[in-house]
Design a protein around this ligand. Structure first.
Ligand code: SAM
Ligand code: SF4
Length: 335
């Protein structure tokens, strides 16, 4: 019998997010600076090492795996990794294999993802306006993402749209985005912008649109019913009675739901972050590389890391300054 992973605050750890690359074909203004320095390739875990890492977590009781980045679908041969993870779905050990993507490569990979056992995908999309999309992503093309979403739905993948709430940017699209998602049978989750990484000259406080305000505005046009559904993360959900769709709010800043956190995050270099909003991490790559034929040191390193999971993060904008900021970019830890 394997003892499951439980942290010092009695939270079972059943969800692993894995950033498979820090690179991306977009440069979203809240996420990256225009001139990013990426990690040298030799620092990255190989796909075989990623497989061994994830498989070890699955053996220790992780039931949900979310692949993210950077942009996970720009990592070379990433589909072979997805196909290798299928064995854990087939054995029943893994309940869900999923990913978060900017959608740019979905048209190419949607069928393949479905055949690997992926059933749900989160696509990040902040605006439905071509010009604004080009501005916010710097390098992205809206049309390509919309074609990706079409292909994904055609392949049978259920799509959830993730939208970062940005003051003065997509405020005016609150209802357009809601209606667009409803018309395509997609849920929509809003995310508060978090103070992560140096993003050049962009202004964090200026970007911050409080989700309490967004929710109140939504309530002017729709009837909102709170849902009890919990995913062990910082999201809370409502149903819009008029459309039946689910709307999520990820509010690490205005509300902190760390007490039920069930997740840890692995970077593409093998660091394990026990909390998105804290700097503490454990180097799992050494335990993995130094013992190619023995998994015990890796399992011990994972258990030791989980014992250090902090109670919560310290993000705070309430004093009109950006407090609790962390220096790494979201693309490093994986959003
Ligand atoms: N490239 C993929 C994508 O965009 O979906 C996956 C990685 S991206 C880092 C994951 C999520 O983090 C995206 O939904 C993105 O909007 C969000 N994100 C990035 N930087 C953020 C920040 N500073 N605050 C809040 N969300 C952020
Ligand atoms: Fe790339 Fe995603 Fe970051 Fe945008 S949010 S720059 S798509 S990693």
């Amino acid at each position: 019998m394997i003892t499951p992973l439980v942290d010092p605050f009695h939270r079972p750890i059943s969800y692993l997010r894995v950033s498979v690359t820090d690179r991306c074909d977009f440069r979203c203004v809240y996420c990256m600076s225009e001139n990013m320095q990426f990690l040298p390739k030799k620092e990255l875990l190989t796909l075989e090492e990623l497989d061994r890492m994830c498989s070890t977590f699955v053996n220790l009781g992780v039931e949900k795996l979310r692949i993210t980045g950077g942009e996970p679908l720009v990592r070379r041969n990433i589909m072979s990794f997805f196909h290798n993870m299928t064995r854990h779905l087939e054995s029943g050990a893994l309940k869900e294999l999923t990913l978060t993507t900017n959608g740019s490569q979905l048209a190419k990979f949607a069928d393949d993802l479905y055949s690997a056992g992926v059933r749900r995908v989160n696509v990040s999309l902040d605006t439905l306006d071509d010009k604004k999309f080009a501005d916010i992503t710097r390098w992205g093309k809206l049309d390509q993402v919309l074609k990706g979403i079409d292909a994904a739905q055609k392949a049978g993948l259920r799509i959830k749209i993730n939208t970062v709430a940005l003051k003065g940017f997509n405020e005016e699209e609150l209802f357009t985005l809601t209606e667009w998602c409803a018309s395509r049978d997609m849920d929509l989750t809003w995310i508060e912008v978090m103070p992560m990484g140096d993003i050049g000259n962009e202004d964090r406080l200026g970007q911050y649109w409080k989700l309490d305000d967004l929710r109140a505005r939504l309530g002017e046009n729709y009837t909102l019913t709170d849902l009890a559904e919990r995913t062990g993360g910082p999201a809370r959900y409502v149903r819009l009675e008029e459309t039946g769709q689910k709307i999520g709010f990820i509010t690490p800043l205005t509300h902190n739901f760390c007490e039920s956190c069930n997740r840890v995050r692995l970077t593409c270099t093998g660091e394990l972050f026990m909390c998105l909003g804290q700097e503490d991490n454990a180097d799992l790559r050494a335990a993995l590389r130094n013992h190619p034929n023995d998994n015990t040191p890796l399992e011990e390193a994972i258990r030791a890391a989980i014992k250090l999971k902090p109670k919560g993060h310290d993000f705070d904008y309430s004093r009109q300054t950006v407090d609790g900021r962390v220096s790494r970019h979201m693309s490093h830890t994986g959003g």
